[in-house]
Write a new protein. Structure first.
Length: 361
């Protein structure tokens, strides 16, 4: 049996192609293994960050590809079409991390009523959150349009939620204004929503073309285009959460705010213009925020179900904003996947669109 996989060149993300990979058929599956058909998945700018950081953060290890290529992880839904695990039936639906492919073999372990993990050897070194699959058969929160919102935004909003929690835990490092670059990105406006709710002034930094969309969200107190960032007053402490990953923008902001830049957190790479050696900057030293580390910390501190309970309440409050500002676009087939991938890579996707894809025709 074969799977169709969409892979990209690790040293040149514009180079992409389809390959056929051999997978076991139902009779040849190992004990406790599942054969899952990847029904649909979300694709956003965050997936481009996965590709850019593929080596550094081990994303390329999750779904192996031929030498020099990588299979970008995506969040989506799969149907179990063959099972060698006694507790998992054919026809079950799973939500989790999938390859850009038509099929995946999962070595099911830690199976409970609500979830299971892939125990494959090559996935053991990555963060456990990426190996978890929720069992969502019959769950209305993961069906239809609501399911699309979950795939498109739930993982990103978890990142927003954890960054907000990190800032709140540190009293925003003394800042009452928070700057967010790439303000039209889904992770950014999720974070803006949370910051706004707890009374922080949120300033969205964006391109001139996206200013109207960012202003319409209602969760930014001020929207400033990138060419006007030095017009911001620099006489009070600010925190900067960088979704764009532009070394030039980061340097400009640090040099403008200097010691008033009390926190500088790197989260995304939507602009993909980071220099390898940026040199020292005035103000707080920029640091990477890696959500799985903060999730592990909070899981210990909040106990079983603590993250889920708090995140669930935050998600419920966020969904009305999504319903207002996001249009889900569904596309199927290899050519559609290639088109949306390249459009996302080159920044051509309108911010009000969320794309659900499938390699299945």
């Amino acid at each position: 049996m074969t799977s169709t996989d969409f892979i990209v060149a690790r040293d040149d993300l514009e180079q992409c192609k389809l390959i056929e990979t051999t997978i076991p058929d139902a009779a040849a599956l190992p004990q406790d293994a599942l054969l899952v058909k990847v029904e649909r998945f979300a694709f956003t700018a965050n997936n481009i960050t996965y590709a850019v950081m593929g080596d550094a953060l081990k994303y390329w290890q999750i779904f192996p590809a031929p030498q020099g290529f990588g299979n970008i992880p995506v969040w989506g839904f799969g149907e179990v079409i063959a099972s060698r695990h006694p507790g998992i039936a054919v026809g079950e639906w799973l939500f989790g991390y999938f390859p850009m492919a038509t099929h995946l073999v999962i070595e099911a372990t830690d199976v409970s009523k609500r979830a299971l993990r892939d125990g494959a050897e090559h996935r053991r070194e990555v963060s456990p959150v990426y190996n978890l699959y929720s069992r969502v058969t019959g769950d209305p929160a993961f069906a239809g349009h609501q399911g699309d919102l979950q795939a498109l935004l739930r993982p990103l909003f978890m990142l927003s939620f954890m960054v907000d929690d990190f800032l709140a835990e540190n009293d925003d490092f003394g800042a009452r204004r928070v700057l967010l670059s790439s303000a039209s990105s889904k992770t950014a406006f999720g974070l803006a929503h949370l910051l706004h709710k707890r009374g922080r002034k949120v300033i969205g930094l964006t391109s001139a073309g996206n200013s109207g969309f960012v202003s319409s969200l209602g969760c930014y107190d001020e929207v400033v285009s990138y060419d006007r960032v030095t017009s911001l007053p620099s006489d009070a402490p600010v925190a900067f959460v960088d979704m764009a990953g532009s070394s030039a923008l980061r340097a400009e902001l640090h040099r403008h705010f200097r010691d008033q830049m009390v926190c500088s957190v790197r989260v995304g790479l939507t602009h993909r213009t980071t220099d390898a050696d940026e040199g020292p900057l005035p103000g707080a030293k920029p640091r990477w925020f890696f959500a799985p580390d903060h999730i592990r910390k909070r899981a210990k501190e909040w106990g079983p179900g603590g993250i889920e309970q708090r995140f669930g309440a935050a998600w419920t409050g966020f969904v009305p904003l999504l319903e207002k500002c996001l249009t889900v676009v569904e596309s199927r087939g290899p050519e559609a996947v290639r088109r949306v991938y390249l459009d996302t890579l080159k920044g051509r996707i309108p911010p009000e669109q969320g794309h659900m894809l499938s390699l299945l025709g």
